[in-house]
Design a protein around this ligand. Structure first.
Ligand code: GLU
Ligand code: MG
Length: 454
């Protein structure tokens, strides 16, 4: 008996559910989720052939300005090929489904500027070292109303973790939870966060590709469901400059090939971390200045990364240290091995998750290959050390702007090598143009332009 293939199953599923439109998403170098939408009758052939996309879209920034990148102009196409494994009916859009796509060249090979293919290459590099990863993001966002003048105001002034915040946002949060359940995305925790109107939801970890795909569907779900409730959900890093920023902390753990043993766990290691886990963390810290250009990738990101805001501002790590770039999360007693993981706090939700997760993996693996040591854990807020103490401990302040982070990325040949020339060049060009455009404008323009793009 032949197995029905996944593409056939998806077509049958869509037809049976009377789906008419299927959104085929990609995420660009500016971190914007875009896509093209196929009508149901074309679904079968689109799954095989993809949908045409001008190559110029990977040179477009978050202001729809085209950056100068050789070969990314009006001539030339790639194909957006949907991955049937990501198919989901979208609960907030009747008779509509969604899939994420790979950017594929006309000859059928992955395009060198395809972010999702970049992440797949990093997953393969980890597998070569016998490592499979589990990853998950925490989603923080600010819920707002739009005022007649086009600016935004938070929906509440609830306190951190306050039950009154739960009361005020109950209906919209419940609809988000049910929409995620319907998309096979398991919810872990929810609570009102510190900032006015700020919410947080975390989802279950998964392999890196599934985690990055979920990231897209979660962002879409939060934004769409809030909109249906007459609200604007902003996942931008600092949508209100006087309030706590929105993080998109990335949790990760390292497993053996069979995904049975957590290689990060060592009962007798410092904070139950294995040497392998420590080297992976050391690799992240070593590459952090350049890595930031991919994990905190917008102009607005650098207004979030300030000392004393629990978002991290220094290349430090420590157990449950919420001012460290990497926090080793304390394990839970019922499953110490299974719950051992670390979190990159220096990450937000204006990322392209395929680039951010892939670059995190590349940096960590470099630490493993070079057997790096992350040094002494930091047990206080690193901002409270004197400059001399930080220097002694090898703790560096993060780049203070997107442009500085891009300089660091440009000088990081391991990271640019992992990205490959076309992805690295187009990414740099897009982001440099964003920096240039925003630095010529005021803060009101910055906030307004970031607010509802992420
Ligand atoms: N909102 C903080 C950030 O910008 C994180 C607060 C926390 O969850 O520790 O990352
Ligand atoms: Mg939080």
């Amino acid at each position: 008996m032949t197995q029905p293939n996944l593409a056939d199953e998806v077509v049958q599923q869509a037809e049976a559910a009377n789906v008419r439109l299927i959104r085929c998403y990609y995420t660009d170098n500016g971190g914007i989720i875009r896509g093209k939408v196929t009508y149901i009758t074309g679904l079968r052939s689109r799954l095989a052939d993809g949908i045409g996309l001008t190559v110029a879209m990977q040179a477009m920034n978050m202001l729809d300005q085209l950056a100068p990148v050789e070969g990314m102009g009006p001539v030339g196409e790639v194909r957006l090929v949907p991955d049937p494994a990501t198919y989901r009916a979208l609960p907030y859009a009747p008779r509509t489904a969604g899939m994420t796509t790979d950017m594929i060249r006309l000859d059928g090979q992955p395009w060198e500027a395809c972010p999702r293919s970049f992440l797949k290459r990093q997953i393969a590099a980890a597998a070569d070292l016998g490592i499979s990863l589990q990853m998950a993001a925490e989603f923080e966002w600010s819920m707002a109303h739009k005022l007649p003048d086009g600016t935004y105001t938070p929906v509440d002034d609830a306190l951190c973790f306050a039950s009154t915040g739960m009361t005020m946002s109950n209906d919209v949060i419940m609809d988000i939870v049910e929409a995620l359940e319907a998309q096979r995305i398991p919810v872990e925790l929810y609570y009102p966060e510190l900032g006015h109107g700020q919410q947080e939801m975390s989802i279950r970890h998964a392999g890196p590709l599934e985690a990055a795909d979920r990231h897209i569907f979660v962002r879409e779900t939060i934004r769409n469901v809030a909109y249906q409730h007459g609200m604007y959900a902003s996942l931008a890093p600092k949508p209100f400059l006087d309030q706590a920023g929105n993080g998109g902390h990335i949790h990760f753990s390292l497993w053996d090939r069979a995904e049975k043993r957590n290689l990060m766990y060592e009962a007798s290691g410092p904070y139950q971390m294995s040497t392998l886990g420590l080297s992976f963390i050391a690799g992240i810290l070593d590459h952090l200045p350049g890595l930031l250009a991919l994990t905190c990738p917008t102009y607005n990101s650098y207004h979030r990364l300030q000392p004393h805001f629990w978002s991290s501002a220094y290349t430090a790590w420590g157990p449950d240290n919420r001012e460290g770039a990497v926090r080793v999360a304390s394990s839970y007693r019922s499953d110490e091995e299974g719950s051992t993981n670390a979190e990159l706090k220096a990450a937000d939700l204006s990322v392209n998750p395929y680039l951010a997760y892939g670059a995190l993996i590349a940096a960590g693996l470099d630490g493993v290959r070079r057997e790096l040591d992350p040094g002494e854990p930091v047990l206080i807020d690193p901002a409270n050390y004197s400059d001399e103490e930080r220097e002694q401990r090898g703790i560096r302040r993060f780049p203070a702007s997107l442009n500085e982070a891009l300089d660091a990325l440009e000088g990081d040949t391991m990271l640019t090598g992992a990205l490959g020339p076309l992805l690295a060049t187009s990414y740099m060009a897009v982001k440099r143009l964003e920096y240039q455009s925003f630095s010529q404008q005021d803060k009101a323009f910055e906030v307004q332009q970031h607010f509802w793009k992420f």
